[in-house]
Design a binder for this molecule. Structure first.
Ligand code: BGC
Length: 784
C-alpha cells in the first residue's frame, strides 16, 4: 500500500509530493489510501492543554506535545508513516517550555531577539535574514517544524497591544522585513507561518471584530505586505487572523484564502487558523483554511458529520490534506532529523545584541550629548526599567530566555559606574512593588497574555535629583512600557502619554542636572509609539531603544557609548498627540447591541462580542495621512539621527519617460568624523487624476555598509510599473495614471535630499486581479 513514507525518495517515488522535485501534488495517491477519519485527524490539530485557553481541548483529549511548550501540532498517523508537525511561536524568537518536569539535568532556553518593531527600524533586510537564520536554527535544534512567525499586521494605530510583534505602518517595509525573516528561518530547513492574515490591527474584541475596510485600502495596505512576503519569501504556511473582514471571518473567506492568496499571488503552502479562530469548521475547510489549530474534538465532529451528510465534499478535505502533506514532507521531523536540543545560544546572543543596537533610533541629541564622552564616569540611572528592563512584549510573542541584560548591567560591564545610593533605592522599591503584584499561576494563559509591567511609582523629587546631580556626571532616565496579546493600550497617562509621576521625575532630574551643567539622557524602553512632544525639551538626548530582547542593556550601552553609531530609523510615525492619529476616532471600534440583551461590555481577549471597526481613514494610514493632510508630527516616518552626517550627491534617475522601469542611483558620503551607516529612502509622488493619492509613498530603501569618515558609497534602486500603480476598485486592477511622477530621495519622508521627475505617457494597467472582499456597505471617510 502506498504511504507517505514513499515520498522519502521524492523524485523516484510513485507518489510525488513535496517541493523537493517541484512537481505538483497528486493528492489522490495519498488521500486515496486515507480513511475519512484519518483525513479529519490531519486537518484538525491535536489540541492544546492550556488552562484558561478559550475552548481548549480537555487535557484528556489534547495530545501531549512532542516539544513541551509548543503551541500546537498536527496528528501523527503511524499507519501511514506520518509524523506530527510541531508548531511553536513566535516573532521575537522561539517560545517553548524552558524546563521540563523531571528532566532536571537540561534546560531549553531560547534566545530572545529584539521585537519586530525594532528589527524594522534597522531597515536592514540582510541583518533580519541573519536573525532569521539564528531563530530558525533554534527551531530546528529544539525539534520544532514550523515557527508561528513572523507577524506583519500594519501599525494602523499606535494603541494596538501587539504592535511590538509587527514591523511598520508601511507595507513595503513590513513585507520586505517579513520576506527576509522568512528566508532566514526557512534556510534552516524549517517552516514559517506569516500572520495574522489579514487586517488584524487591534486586540479589543479580537475574536469577533468585523473589520470594515475598502478594497483599495486592503490591496494597497493591509494585504500588500503579505503579498510581498508570499512572493519574495515563499513561506511554508500562512496563519489566518481572528477578525472578520467585511462580514466574513478571514478563516472562512474563500475570497481571502483562495482568490487572493492562491489565485492572485500563487501561494503554494497551507493555511492554518489562529488559535480557536473562526466559528464554522466546515466553512473554514471550504474556504481553504487547511488546518484548524490548535484543534478541538468539536471541530472534528462537525467536519466528519458534514462529509457524511453530504454538506462537505470529501474532495475539499482531500485538497486540504494534500496541502498539509506537501509541507509535512519537507519538515525535519518527517525527514527524521535528530535534533540536538543544544543550539549555539552564545552565537545567537551575539546576533541578538547586534540587531538590537542596529535598530535603536536616536531621536534627539542636543549639543553632542551622545555618545557619552570619556569624562563621564558615574551615571545616575532613574526609572524602574533602568533596573528591570523590558526585553519584549507579553503573550505568545514572549520568549523564555535564559537571562536578560538590564541597562545598569550593561553600563557596569562597559566600565561606567552607577550611583550606588540611587541603585539601592530602586532595588528596594522594585522588590517591594513586585511583592505586591499577584504572582502568575504556573501555566496560566491569562497571566502569560497580560504580563505584569511595573508602574513608575517611586517619587523622584527635587532633593533627590539635586543630590544625584551633585554626585553623578550624567542622568539617564529610562521610561518603560509593555503590552501584549489580548489587550490594547490606552491613550491615557501612564501608557501612550507619560504619567504625572514620570513627568515630575523628568522635570526634577532635568532641572537639577542642568543647574550643574550636566546632561539628561532619556532612554525609551517601549514596544510601541508613545507621546513625546510635550516632554522632549526636558531631555538633552533621547534614545528610542525599543525592546531589544535579552541583550537589551548591552545594546543600549553600545549606542550610548558610541561603540555602535545609531543607524535605526523610524518605521512608524511618532505623532504630536494621540488625537492626531488618523484612526483615533474609530479605534478600536464598537461593541454592537445584540437584540434583547444589555449592550455587551468590550471583551477581555477570548469572549466573542459582536463588534465592528470601520477603517474610515482608508488609505491614509501613518505618514500617508500626516504628509497628505499636512499634520505636524513629533518624529516622522524614516527619521533617525546619527553621530555623523551624510551628504547625498550625483543623483541619476532615468529614463525620463517610463517604459518598464526607472533606475535611481545616488552617492552617499560620510561627511562627519566617525564611521556610520545611512538608510536611503526612495519615495514616489504620483499624479492624482482619477484616484486620490497620498502625497508620496515609499517605493524602495537601502542601507549602506559602515562608511568611514570621507567614504562614499553608491546605492541603486529600481522603480517598476507596480510601484507607480494604485488600486482601482472599479476595474479590480492596479493602474498607473499618466502624468509626471516625482522621485524623492531622502533620509526620512520629510528630509528629502534630491528629487527628479519622469513621465508616464499613457495610463498603464499593471495587473488585473480577482474582485474580492467587497464591503457590504458604504464606508464614510474620516478625512475627506
Ligand atoms: C496568537 C497567535 C499565536 C497562537 C499560538 C494566538 O493566540 O494570536 O499569534 O501564534 O496563539 O500561540
Amino acid at each position: 500500500m502506498p504511504t507517505i513514507r514513499s515520498i522519502k525518495t521524492p523524485c523516484t517515488a510513485l507518489i510525488v509530493l513535496g517541493w523537493a522535485c517541484l512537481l505538483p501534488v497528486r493528492a489522490a495517491d495519498v488521500t486515496g489510501t486515507m480513511t475519512l477519519e484519518e483525513k479529519v485527524r490531519l486537518v484538525v490539530g491535536t489540541g492544546m492543554d492550556f488552562p484558561g485557553a478559550p475552548g481548549a481541548a480537555a487535557p484528556a483529549t489534547a495530545v501531549e506535545m512532542p516539544v513541551p511548550g509548543a503551541a500546537g501540532g498536527t496528528a501523527a498517523i503511524a499507519r501511514l508513516g506520518m509524523t506530527s508537525m510541531v508548531l511553536a511561536d513566535g516573532p521575537a524568537g522561539l517560545r517553548i517550555a524552558p524546563t521540563r518536569g523531571n528532566d532536571t539535568d537540561n534546560t531549553y532556553y531560547c534566545t530572545a531577539f529584539p521585537i519586530e518593531t525594532l528589527l524594522a527600524s534597522t531597515w536592514d533586510t540582510e541583518l533580519v535574514y541573519r536573525v532569521g537564520q539564528a531563530v530558525g536554527n533554534e527551531v530546528l535544534e529544539y525539534g520544532v517544524d514550523v515557527l508561528l512567525a513572523p507577524a506583519l499586521n500594519l501599525h494602523r494605530n499606535p494603541l494596538c497591544g501587539r504592535n511590538f510583534e509587527y514591523y511598520s505602518e508601511d507595507p513595503l517595509v513590513a513585507g520586505r522585513m517579513t520576506a527576509a525573516m522568512v528566508r532566514g528561518v526557512q534556510s534552516q530547513g524549517v517552516g514559517t507561518s506569516i500572520k495574522h492574515f489579514a487586517a488584524n490591527n487591534q486586540e479589543t474584541n479580537r475574536m469577533s471584530v468585523n473589520t470594515i475596510v475598502s478594497e483599495r485600502a486592503l490591496r494597497e495596505l493591509y494585504l500588500e505586505g503579505f503579498r510581498i512576503a508570499v512572493e519574495e519569501g515563499q513561506p511554508w504556511t500562512v496563519m489566518s487572523s481572528y477578525n472578520k473582514i467585511n462580514g466574513v471571518y478571514t478563516s472562512e473567506s474563500p475570497d481571502l484564502l483562495t482568490k487572493i492568496l492562491r489565485e492572485d499571488w500563487g501561494f503554494k503552502g497551507f493555511v492554518m487558523s489562529d488559535w480557536f479562530g473562526g466559528s464554522d469548521p466546515v466553512a473554514q475547510m471550504k474556504a481553504g483554511n487547511d488546518l484548524l489549530t490548535p484543534g478541538t474534538p468539536d471541530q472534528s465532529a462537525k467536519i466528519l458529520a458534514a462529509v457524511r451528510e453530504g454538506r462537505l465534499d470529501e474532495k475539499v478535505l482531500d485538497r486540504n490534506v494534500a496541502r498539509i502533506l506537501q509541507i509535512l514532507a519537507q519538515s525535519p521531523r518527517y525527514k527524521g532529523y535528530r535534533y540536538s536540543n543544544k543550539p549555539d545560544l552564545k552565537a545567537h546572543a551575539t546576533v541578538a545584541r547586534q540587531a538590537a543596537a542596529e535598530g535603536m533610533v536616536l531621536l534627539k541629541n542636543a549639543r553632542g550629548t551622545l555618545p557619552l564622552a570619556g569624562k563621564i564616569k558615574t551615571v545616575a540611572a532613574f526609572g524602574n526599567t533602568s533596573y528591570d528592563i523590558v526585553t519584549g512584549g507579553s503573550g505568545s510573542g514572549k520568549v523564555n530566555e535564559a537571562y536578560r541584560v538590564t541597562l545598569v548591567e550593561g553600563l557596569r560591564s562597559s566600565g561606567l559606574s552607577l550611583n550606588a545610593s540611587l541603585q539601592d533605592l530602586y532595588a528596594g522599591y522594585i522588590k517591594e512593588a513586585k511583592a505586591r503584584q499577584p504572582s502568575p499561576r504556573q501555566g496560566d494563559l491569562m497571566a502569560m497574555m497580560m504580563g505584569f509591567p511595573l508602574v513608575e511609582e517611586m517619587q523622584v523629587d527635587a532633593d533627590l535629583a539635586a543630590r544625584m546631580a551633585q554626585e553623578a556626571d550624567v542622568a539617564l532616565v529610562t521610561l518603560g512600557r509593555n503590552s501584549g496579546e489580548g489587550k490594547d493600550r490606552q491613550a491615557e497617562a501612564g501608557d501612550f502619554a507619560l504619567s504625572q509621576r514620570e513627568v515630575s521625575m523628568l522635570q526634577a532630574v532635568s532641572k537639577a542636572f542642568q543647574a550643574k551643567g550636566k546632561k539628561t539622557v532619556v532612554v525609551l524602553n517601549i514596544g510601541g509609539v508613545i507621546e513625546t512632544a510635550s516632554w522632549r525639551d526636558l531631555a538633552d538626548a533621547i534614545v528610542l531603544a525599543w525592546q531589544g530582547g535579552q541583550e537589551t542593556g548591552n545594546a543600549i550601552v553600545d549606542v550610548l557609548s558610541g561603540k555602535v553609531n545609531p543607524s535605526g530609523r523610524l518605521a512608524s510615525t511618532f505623532p504630536m498627540s494621540y488625537t492626531d492619529v488618523p484612526s483615533a476616532k474609530s479605534f478600536p471600534g464598537i461593541a454592537l447591541e445584540t437584540p434583547g440583551s444589555e449592550r455587551p461590555a468590550t471583551d477581555g481577549w477570548n469572549v466573542r462580542v459582536p463588534a465592528e471597526v470601520v477603517y474610515g481613514e482608508d488609505i491614509y494610514v501613518g505618514y500617508r495621512y500626516y504628509r497628505t493632510f499636512k499634520v505636524p508630527v513629533a518624529y516622522e516616518f524614516g527619521y533617525g539621527l546619527s553621530y555623523t552626517q551624510f551628504e547625498y550627491g550625483n543623483p541619476a534617475v532615468g529614463p525620463t519617460h517610463f517604459t518598464d522601469k526607472v533606475t535611481v542611483g545616488i552617492d552617499v558620503k560620510n561627511t562627519g568624523k566617525v564611521a556610520g551607516r545611512e538608510v536611503v529612502q526612495v519615495y514616489l509622488s504620483a499624479p492624482a487624476r482619477k484616484l486620490d493619492k497620498p502625497k508620496e509613498e515609499l517605493v524602495a530603501f537601502g542601507k549602506t555598509g559602515l562608511l568611514q569618515p570621507g567614504e562614499t558609497r553608491r546605492l541603486s534602486f529600481e522603480i517598476k510599473a507596480e510601484d507607480l500603480a494604485s488600486f482601482d476598485e472599479a476595474s479590480s486592477s492596479w493602474v498607473a495614471e499618466a502624468g509626471a511622477y516625482q522621485v524623492e530621495i531622502g533620509d526620512s519622508v520629510k528630509d528629502i535630499r534630491q528629487t527628479a521627475t519622469f513621465d508616464l505617457d499613457k495610463e498603464l494597467t499593471v495587473k488585473k486581479v480577482n474582485k474580492a472582499l467587497t464591503p457590504t456597505r458604504q464606508i464614510n471617510r474620516l478625512h475627506p
